[in-house]
Design a protein around this ligand. Structure first.
Ligand code: RFL
Ligand code: PHB
Length: 390
C-alpha cells in the first residue's frame, strides 16, 4: 500500500486525525492492533472540553454528541462531609464541558470512517515503523499471516502508552519524565440513576472517590484503591459500601445501587516523552504523555495534539509550508505540560497518600479552604478544567 500518512493506533487520537485529514483530501491508513469490538469495550474518559468537541464538529462526526452529550456548567468537590460547587460557567465567563463517553466518541469516529470508506485495518499484528530518518519511511505489519507494508510520507504514532511507536525511537533521541502514584482507581459502570446530576470529586480519609455519569440512566463511579488490590477482591456490595462511606451523608443516602456492568482498576501515572517527533515519526496522545484521570485531561490533551498536527499537515500539503511540522513538538508540549501540572495538582489535593503526614493532610485541607475562599483560585481551577486555549 502507498499513502501519505500512516497512522499507528485506532483509538480516539488516530481515528480523529484520520477523519480530519481524509476530509481535506490527505490520504491516510490506520493500523490498529485489536478488533473494533475490543476498542469499543474499553470504558474510559467521560468529560470533553470545547477544543475537543469543536474538532469533532470539524471532523463531521459531532451530530450524536451534540444531541446526546450533556452540557455541564459545574461540578462539586466534597470534603469532610461538605459539598461545594465549582460554577464553571460563571467562573469562565460562559464556558462548560460536555459529558459524553469516550466509547461513544470512538463509535462516532468509526462510523465517520465507514461513511468515507476510510482505511482502518484491525487486528494488524507486529506493526513496526521503519526509515523514520529517511525520505521514505514505511510501516510493516502482518494480517491473517500475510506480511504487508505501507509506504508513506509520514508516520504518526497514536498507539497509546504501551504502543510500538515511542518504543521505536532510539533511547538517546527521547527523554521521558514520569511520576507513578501509589494507588489506582477502581471504576464501576452501572445502569442506575446518577447520584448527582453533576460530577462529585470527593476527598476522604479512606481515599478519593468520584461520582460521574454517562447519561441520566448510566452511572460511572470510582474509588481510590491500593495498587495491590485486584478487581476480584471487589464484589459489587463491597464497592457500593465503600463509595457510600466516602461521600457526604446526604449524597450517600441518595445513592442508587445495582449490578455493575463493567469493573476495572486503572493505575495512576504522570508521564511525558520529549520531543514528540523523531524524523518522519510524530507522536500524539497517550503515546507521548499520560495523566492521572483526576483532572479529566487525558483525552483532551490527545485532542490538542491532533489539532496541532492536523493544521501542520494542512500547511505542508496545501501550502508546501513545513514550519508547522517543525514546530509541532514544542507547541504540543507547551500545552501538554500545563495539563500535566493541573492533573498532578488535583491528584495531590484530593487523594490520600500512604506516607502522608499530619502536616501534609493539613496542607490539603487549607488548600481546599483557600480554593473556596478565593474567586481567583476557583477561576484558575475552572479555566483549566474547561480546557486552556489551543
Ligand atoms: P488509546 O485510547 O490508548 O488508543 C491507542 C490505540 O492504539 C492501539 N495500539 C496499537 N495499534 C497497532 N500496533 C500497536 N503496536 C499498538 N499498540 C496499541 C490500541 O489498541 C489502541 O486502540 O490512546 P489515544 O487514542 O491517544 O487516546 C487517549 C485516551 O484514551 C486517554 O487519554 C483517556 O482515556 C484518558 N482518560 C480521560 N481523559 C479525559 O480527557 N477525560 C476523562 O474524563 C478521562 N477519564 C481516562 C479517564 C483514562 C482512564 N484510564 C483507564 C486510564 C478515566 C480512566 C479510568
Ligand atoms: C469518567 O466519567 O470516567 C471521568 C470523569 C471525570 C474524570 C475522570 C473520569 O476526572
Amino acid at each position: 500500500m502507498k499513502t501519505q500518512v500512516a497512522i499507528i493506533g485506532g483509538g480516539p487520537s488516530g481515528l480523529l486525525l484520520s477523519q480530519l485529514l481524509d476530509r481535506q483530501g490527505i490520504a491516510n491508513v490506520v493500523l490498529e492492533k485489536h478488533t473494533r469490538d475490543y476498542v469499543l469495550a474499553r470504558i474510559r474518559a467521560g468529560v470533553l472540553e470545547h477544543g475537543f468537541t469543536d474538532l469533532m464538529r470539524e471532523a463531521g462526526v459531532a451530530e450524536r454528541m451534540d444531541r446526546e452529550g450533556e452540557v455541564h456548567e459545574g461540578f462539586y468537590i466534597a470534603n469532610a462531609g461538605e459539598r461545594r460547587r465549582v460554577d464553571l460557567h460563571a467562573l469562565t465567563g460562559g464556558s462548560s464541558v460536555i459529558v459524553y463517553g469516550q466509547t461513544e466518541v470512538t463509535r462516532d469516529l468509526y462510523d465517520g470512517r465507514d461513511r468515507m470508506q476510510g482505511i482502518v485495518v484491525h487486528e494488524a499484528e507486529d506493526v513496526q515503523p521503519h526509515g523514520m530518518e529517511t525520505a521514505q519511511p514505511f510501516v510493516t505489519y502482518r494480517k491473517n499471516g500475510e506480511a504487508l507494508r505501507v509506504d508513506c510520507d509520514f508516520i504518526v504514532g497514536c498507539d497509546g502508552y504501551h504502543g510500538v511507536s515511542r518504543a521505536s525511537i532510539p533511547a538517546d533521541r527521547i527523554r521521558t519524565y514520569e511520576r507513578v502514584y501509589p494507588f489506582g482507581w477502581l471504576g464501576v459502570l452501572s445502569h442506575t440513576r446518577p447520584v448527582s446530576p453533576e460530577l462529585i470529586y470527593a476527598r476522604h480519609a479512606r481515599g478519593f472517590a468520584l461520582c460521574s455519569l454517562r447519561s441520566q440512566v448510566l452511572s460511572r463511579y470510582y474509588v481510590q484503591v491500593p495498587l495491590t488490590d485486584r478487581v476480584q477482591d471487589w464484589s459489587d456490595d463491597r464497592f457500593w459500601d465503600e463509595l457510600r462511606r466516602r461521600l457526604p451523608a446526604e449524597v450517600a443516602a441518595q445513592l442508587q445501587t445495582g449490578p455493575s456492568v463493567e469493573k476495572s482498576i486503572a493505575p495512576l501515572r504522570s508521564f511525558v516523552a520529549e520531543p514528540m517527533r523523531y524524523g518522519k515519526l510524530f507522536l500524539a496522545g497517550d503515546a507521548a504523555h499520560i495523566v492521572p484521570p483526576t483532572g479529566a485531561r487525558g483525552l483532551n490533551s490527545a485532542a490538542s495534539d491532533v489539532y496541532y498536527l492536523y493544521h501542520a499537515f494542512l500547511a505542508h500539503y496545501q501550502q508546501g509550508d513545513a514550519s508547522g511540522l517543525d514546530a509541532y513538538s514544542d507547541k504540543a508540549l507547551a500545552r501538554v505540560w500545563k495539563g500535566q501540572r493541573f492533573s498532578w495538582w488535583l491528584t495531590q489535593l484530593l487523594h490520600s497518600f500512604p506516607d502522608q503526614s499530619a502536616y501534609d493532610q493539613h496542607m490539603q485541607q487549607v488548600e481546599l479552604d483557600y480554593l473556596f475562599s478565593s474567586q481567583h483560585a476557583l477561576a484558575s481551577l475552572a479555566e483549566n478544567y474547561v480546557g486552556l486555549p489551543y
